[in-house]
Design a protein around this ligand. Structure first.
Ligand SMILES: [Zn+2]
Length: 280
């Protein structure tokens, strides 16, 4: 795929959290929604464009960027009752599609979906209650008082806690059967990222930390998170589900890990990095 092809704006069409993709992307037999890695790299179709939308779809909302003109991919949100996919296309949950799309396209699809969700859920001004309309800088402008409403972003910390050979993983209630993941929580007003890490881990698992190290970050458009990843060493406390957010929190050794999140998530990147020796 050429840089020009990758950079060209393309349409994304969504139905709820499902994105419309060409059928070849939806027919993969390895499309386990909990671990959606395909068995090998998917071939690029002729022309080098992995995804295109060229069908008329009933649109409830259009992006402020017309196709080909804006710096970002335009997108449409499909409204109405469960419209069937056009011939040759299928609806795929964006979380599942993430692994197939790869980092670059997932980032773009996630951005498109996040902005659509922002527009869908902020149709009225929070200051004066009148309708909003697309404005500059991805913002929505109030049609009466001109207040600018910028897209909502919710920073969250996600932390791999280890004590060398063991990693502390938790079972959130939303996770698939048997899956454990790194601990995470939203940053609160007035709090630094580091303070959020210490507070969240203390609240969720009743342990204290030391040797906190920044790892990396990942936009996570479900619906508007920015995940900020850290590695930290356990300093004290017997882990247990302390505030009811987790069903279980347990130590696991590198050679006996439970089911863990798929490769698209920063949780998995943190676990893979620790397995490779990071932080220890
Ligand atoms: Zn207003």
């Amino acid at each position: 795929m050429t840089a020009a092809a990758r950079g060209a704006p393309r349409w994304w069409v969504f139905r709820g959290r499902h994105v419309l993709l060409r059928e070849r992307w939806t027919a993969d037999p390895h499309a386990d929604p909990d671990d959606p890695r395909p068995s090998g790299p998917l071939p690029d179709p002729p022309g080098g464009i992995r995804l295109r939308i060229a069908v008329p779809v009933d649109s409830g909302l259009a992006s402020p960027d017309p196709p080909g003109e804006g710096p970002h991919d335009p997108a449409q949100l499909v409204t109405g009752e469960e419209p069937p996919a056009p011939e040759g296309y299928g609806w795929v949950d964006l979380r599942v599609a993430a692994a197939w799309l790869g980092d670059d396209l997932f980032r773009r699809a996630g951005r498109a979906w996040q902005l659509l969700e922002w527009h869908r859920s902020h149709r009225f001004c929070g200051v004066c209650g009148n309708p909003t309309a697309p404005g500059p800088y991805d913002a929505l402008t109030c049609t009466v008082c001109d207040h600018l409403h910028f897209p909502r972003l919710s920073p969250a910390v996600i932390v791999l806690v280890h004590d060398g050979d063991r990693v502390l993983l938790g079972r959130g209630r939303h996770l698939p059967e048997g899956m454990y993941s790194t601990l995470a929580g939203f940053v609160e007003p007035g709090e630094s990222l580091e303070e959020a890490v210490h507070r969240e881990i203390r609240e969720e698992a009743d342990v204290t930390l030391t040797d906190l190290r920044y790892f990396g970050s990942q936009p996570w458009p479900f619906p508007h998170s920015l995940m900020v990843g850290f590695l930290a060493r356990w300093a004290g406390g017997a882990p247990h589900p302390a505030d009811g957010e987790l069903e279980a929190v347990e130590w696991f050794r590198k050679d006996a890990l439970p089911r863990i999140p798929g490769r698209v998530s920063i949780a998995r990147s943190l676990i893979d990095a620790w397995r490779a020796g990071a932080g220890t």
